[in-house]
Design a protein around this ligand. Sequence first.
Ligand code: GRF
Length: 207
Amino acid sequence: MIKLGVLVSGNGSNLQAIIDAIEAGKLDAQIVTVISNKADAYGLERARDAGIRAVHIDPTIPGTDPAVPSFTYNSAIRDELLSQGAEYVVMAGYMKLLGSEVLEAYPMKVLNLHPALLPSFPGAHGIEDALEHGAKVTGITVHFADEDFDRGPIIAQRAVEVLEGDTPETLAERIHAAEHELYPLTLQWIADDRVTVEGRRVRIQDQ
Ligand code: GRF
């Protein structure tokens, strides 16, 4: 069983997929905390509904806690993760660059999900960018995060075909459906200790 800290900024449908996979017995994990930079992120509500600790950490008000003179936003995230015993950090629609405080505390233990086949279409609009570019195939990527957006070693990818009449909404629907399957599956590979990193190459051992 692995202990996960999940970072969200918005809807949290991937958080929900992870919660559902755990409840269905498909993922041997426990979510120990869900953290958001946005107080009104629906992901926080999903966590509370599932009885999971949900924490808003405000990136805009540093230094307000006199007991923690060196308070910074990313050290507050790290401290929350460590204090709750998180072993892995799962970014699920977390729309900020994660600081070195967290990455150094969790080397090769921070995962991100991107709605395109990296290194194509990085950034905040992977779905729209693929469609606009005229790509015939796009997809999703689960990767370890490093200090750059959408760059770390790739753990898993799935292709999603772009159809003739696709709009950003219809394509997003199929992208999200693929994400909701792949992210929990990838986490289960980690729970099974099947994932090793050699430079940029991530190997998934056979079961
Ligand atoms: C997903 O498409 C993910 O690839 C991207 O942000 C979106 C989050 O969706 N990083 P949700 O908040 O999990 O519904």
